[in-house]
Design a protein around this ligand. Sequence first.
Ligand code: SAM
Length: 462
Amino acid sequence: MRDYEPYFTEDGSIGLYSYADKDVFHSKYGALTEAWEKFVIPSGIKGTEENIKVLDVCFGIGYNTKALMSFIINKNNLKKKNFLKKIFEKIFIKPYNIVSKYTNNKFLKNKRLSLPIVTIESDKTLSSVTIDCLEINKELIELAPFFRTVKTPREIYSSFVPEILTCFDSYYTIRDLFENFMSRFAPKNRKEIRELLDIKFKNMHIEKEYKVNGLVNYILLNNMSDFFGEEYPDKNIKKIVTGKKFRRFFDKSLYKYAKFNQKWGYKLSSTSFLSAFLHNIYYHHLSRRYKNIDFKTSQSLFNMSFYIDDARKTILNLNEEYDCIYLDAFTYTKAPQLWSYEFIAELYKRLSPNGVLLTYSNSVQVRNTLIENGFFVGKIYNKKNNKFVGTIASKDKSKIEYPLDNYELGLCATKAGIPYHDPNLSFSSKDILELREYEFRHSNLMSSSKYMKIRSMRDEEV
Ligand SMILES: C[S@@+](CC[C@H](N)C(=O)[O-])C[C@H]1O[C@@H](n2cnc3c(N)ncnc32)[C@H](O)[C@@H]1O
């Protein structure tokens, strides 16, 4: 985290600024809201399909994947159900014996446990969701489950300010009053207090349906433990998550859960039921916060892999066909590697015949690179604010609800649409930018400014 600065975005989720890339990871408007509106909703995934395969290019701290997971969990209508009996039938052994075998905890050893064990089950056949996550930065991937994603600005605010005071509308007076008052008790936290109070009064909010299901971070964490092995989470992650500097951005209880998992977790247990069983006991009897939840069955919905390398290398080793590809790279002018004609061609090969590729970019160049690769290309329309907020591409024309109009297609055919090239998928960003600059200067295509001028003159005549 040395190279990043976290901040709260306008929906209460956390954004990052990268010093190295001199770029933000998430828009100020709301990291989580953006994930829903530019990636999850426009993908057209219903969440109840039998098999879904998703490629998340540039996982970062995982908002796009988390929002998708939340959507699928909710759509599958998972509900809590008592399955105590099933466990006993299955493992045929007295619960407190198992507990004593695996822990030295006095409390568990001596207590005859009452067992309000619940799990999350569905009466329908559940989807099976494969998510392949590509990211160059290992630390970010490993931190992803610990980032808070469920706190809304209202929740943050109401933990500070009693409800009754919200009837005042003179924000600045109240804010100063509070800031002064609270800073007396915690002078070092003045900046933090102001930031939290600000959240409320800037009308920040998150749509109810955009909240992330509370199970998501646990499922993500369990998938990561499986994928990275017993060393995860390591000392570095501990330092960041439990350290003072970033504590308001992380959920410490998730870290406790991770350690519990690492020490007593299901890798020690001989059956999967036993793991669910131990988790339940822990959360019912040791942790106050996690009553009534279990992660086993909802976890089995997701099959996740994490590839930590340059996505240009990783992509060549992936042989899947995906129903949905998220392309959430840094802006194309700063990080051209993942927007080149050749990289997009690799994505094209891996998209299923009626799959969709989604990106937040509205750029003419990005759109033309998609067109030149043979995609049908359209705009992502956000009904909530009546704006086009990104680009969707597919091999199947019927997936494009808002195709580019003639004017936009014309613009793509100007110099502005000239794609980046990265012939062996190994050029540096500087070389890619220089190569395009050369092509741009020697191109016979019309410039975009001339095109726009001609079009506006024509419109005036009409
Ligand atoms: C705009 S951020 C993505 C934000 C992310 N989707 C999220 O929800 O947090 C871009 C990400 O791309 C990663 N990245 C940059 N270059 C990359 C490359 N060549 N291959 C894979 N990932 C890369 C960065 O580390 C960063 O996490």
